[in-house]
Design a protein around this ligand. Sequence first.
Ligand SMILES: Nc1ncnc2c1ncn2[C@@H]1O[C@H](COP(=O)(O)OS(=O)(=O)O)[C@@H](OP(=O)(O)O)[C@H]1O
Ligand SMILES: Nc1ncnc2c1ncn2[C@@H]1O[C@H](COP(=O)(O)OP(=O)(O)O)[C@@H](O)[C@H]1O
Length: 177
Amino acid sequence: MTGATIWLTGLPSAGKTTLAHELAGRLRGEGHRVEVLDGDEIREFLSAGLGFSREDRHTNVQRIGFVAELLASNGVKALVPVIAPYADSREAVRKRHQSEGTAYLEVHVATPVEVCSERDVKGLYAKQAAGEISGLTGVDDPYEAPESPDLRIESHTQTVQESAAALHTLLTERGLA
Ligand SMILES: Nc1ncnc2c1ncn2[C@@H]1O[C@H](COP(=O)(O)OS(=O)(=O)O)[C@@H](OP(=O)(O)O)[C@H]1O
Ligand SMILES: Nc1ncnc2c1ncn2[C@@H]1O[C@H](COP(=O)(O)OP(=O)(O)O)[C@@H](O)[C@H]1O
């Protein structure tokens, strides 16, 4: 089976993790091998000790990109719900896949910051507003939105199932599902 990396980039609470798991369930049901490389989990192990400076985020994204490519080149659908705020970090991951001949799709979960901060799944927006944390992506830290992603998902106008279906359609169109 053809592997691929599907990178879901977007702000905190945009819907990256939810969509990755929804798509993973669908793909597994169809017999695909799937791994979800969740940002929080990776930061506990593979990227333990890294913070949220530009340099650390870049290192984090390159590590995840490396592992995703290894999985994808061995027939796994590697779903990556990770913010990856900098365009050059994402470009380096795309190039690595290109040079290895491994399929790579970039999906922008393009939920507006106003909606994300209302969802505030982990309470980070509230903490930032209260002055308890700083450097929150999309608020007081940069997020460089992809200019030409393979797919842009407007999660604020769709149900989770509709967004996952759009993702699945993309994979089908590219011969990956
Ligand atoms: N300052 C700041 N900015 C952004 N995010 C923060 C921050 N502090 C902690 N968190 C939590 O860490 C998760 C982001 O980790 P990632 O590895 O996806 O980010 S990055 O690509 O390295 O920028 C992210 O997870 P998601 O909410 O699932 O996106 C946050 O819960
Ligand atoms: N179309 C959609 N796609 C993804 N999530 C959605 C959608 N509509 C509403 N949500 C909700 O938005 C929240 C997104 O949280 P989460 O997936 O943890 O975001 P992230 O991983 O980007 O930080 C969840 O509570 C989810 O149920």
